[in-house]
Design a protein around this ligand. Structure first.
Ligand SMILES: *[C@@H]1O[C@H](CO)[C@@H](O)[C@H](O)[C@H]1NC(C)=O
Ligand SMILES: *[C@@H]1O[C@H](CO)[C@@H](O)[C@H](O)[C@H]1NC(C)=O
Ligand SMILES: [Zn+2]
Length: 373
């Protein structure tokens, strides 16, 4: 009797929260489904999860970020920032991001080492307008949905960042191309949110690793893309990328190539991976997940039955990259930072800029007062 009662209590206490935050991997999530999942997590794990409605797209969809901690919310913790689905048709990427979030929050015990000295910020659906358009109208759609005038819509968000913006090839300037880099650097709200998050983490000294999820090249890339020159810590990023590729191969036999992104396809300006490194993240990666199933290259749209396996495989890689970031940037290691020049003269929205303006006006007021007085 007592035993049965205990069993029921255990069952209820285990099953009830799991049901709310169960991750269903039998089909691709809709935009609403992703938003809803994040809200459920925040409700179920309020001490470890903070969901922020951080911005709006052109079509007024929400851009939600989730901050994940081990519940301590200690000041001074370092940060991993991960985004997904900047490219609309890469359907596996929000699923992999949700899988990673689920691992960090619901399967917290197995992954607490990744949250000891670090917190995470994840943007699981970076281009919801494009994603919904890809799901409902044109599955190969890649950009967001901002009108470009005439019949042409959409900017390639991963060409919209202010680093060698517009450099590389002619299509970047073509408003009808899926490579269109936008009317100017950071013309797009989605790219600006990623930028602002990066700036926040660099300005407060916490940003260590930026990771952008894409499909389906089976590669891990690191800066630079806009330049063939190796970065100052090329070897460190190379080692970390190789470690992750090795882990994936050991677990799933999937071969993931690693290289400096320039050697993927030559000069490509305006990418988030270069921008993160430029503003001060010492580690910056693109993880091009696999689109292979049954030996068939499905690229962006693997069959639903393969979602769970591919998301789990991606987590092996994401986890491995994070393990190495945690190992290489312990609390005692000073992060070398390049002083950041406010990137865009238009719409300066970074906190550092505001602080600088604030300090300057205080100083001027002080000088004025004392000179006059
Ligand atoms: C830095 O900013 C992020 C994002 O707002 C915040 O979560 C984190 O706690 C901050 N870290 C520090 C060291 O202030
Ligand atoms: C990755 O991209 C390179 C360069 O475009 C291409 O040669 C290679 O076949 C791609 N790999 C996959 C798996 O798509
Ligand atoms: Zn992509």
């Amino acid at each position: 009797m007592l035993r049965a009662l205990c069993a029921i209590i255990v069952l209820v206490s285990c099953v009830a929260p799991a049901a709310l935050t169960e991750l269903y991997l039998s089909d691709y999530y809709t935009y609403e489904g992703v938003m809803d999942y994040l809200d459920r997590l925040a409700k179920e794990y309020p001490t470890r999860v903070l969901v922020k409605d951080a911005g709006r797209t052109y079509e007024r969809r929400m851009l939600k970020t989730v901050t994940i901690t081990n519940g301590e919310w200690l000041p001074g913790k370092r940060m991993i920032f991960m985004d997904a689905a900047l490219h609309a048709r890469e359907w596996m990427t929000p699923m992999a991001a949700l899988y990673a979030i689920h691992e960090l929050v619901v399967n917290f015990e197995q992954n607490s080492d990744l949250l000891q000295n670090f917190n995470w910020i994840v943007l699981p659906l970076g281009n919801p307008d494009g994603y919904e358009f890809s799901r409902n109208s044109d599955r190969w759609w890649r950009n967001n949905r901002t009108p470009n005038g005439g019949e042409c819509y959409g900017t390639n968000l991963n060409r919209n960042f202010d680093v060698a913006w517009g450099q590389g090839y002619a299509e970047l300037a073509d408003p009808c191309s899926e490579s269109y880099a936008g009317s100017e650097a950071f013309s797009e709200a989605e790219a600006r949110l990623v930028r602002d998050t990066m700036h926040e983490l660099v300005d407060n000294g916490s940003g260590v690793m930026y990771l952008s999820l894409h499909t389906a090249n089976r590669s891990i890339f690191y800066p630079w893309v806009h330049d063939s020159t190796p970065t100052s810590n090329h070897h460190e990023m190379q080692e970390i990328a190789r470690y992750a590729a090795k882990k994936i191969y050991a677990k799933t036999s999937t071969v993931i190539k690693t290289k400096q992104a320039f050697y993927y396809g030559g000069v490509m300006g305006g990418t988030s991976v270069d921008y993160a490194f430029k503003v001060g993240f010492p580690l910056s990666f693109v993880f091009e997940m696999s689109g292979l199933a049954y030996g068939v290259e499905y690229k962006f749209f693997p069959p639903q039955t393969e979602i769970r396996r591919l998301a789990a495989e991606s987590w092996v890689g994401i986890r491995a990259l994070a393990e190495k970031a945690v190992e290489k940037y312990p609390p005692g290691r000073i992060i070398p930072r390049v002083p950041r020049v406010t990137a865009s003269s238009k719409a300066p929205s970074s906190r550092a800029y505001n602080i600088q303006v604030g300090l300057l006006s205080t100083l001027l007021a002080y000088v004025a007062q004392h000179l006059v007085g």
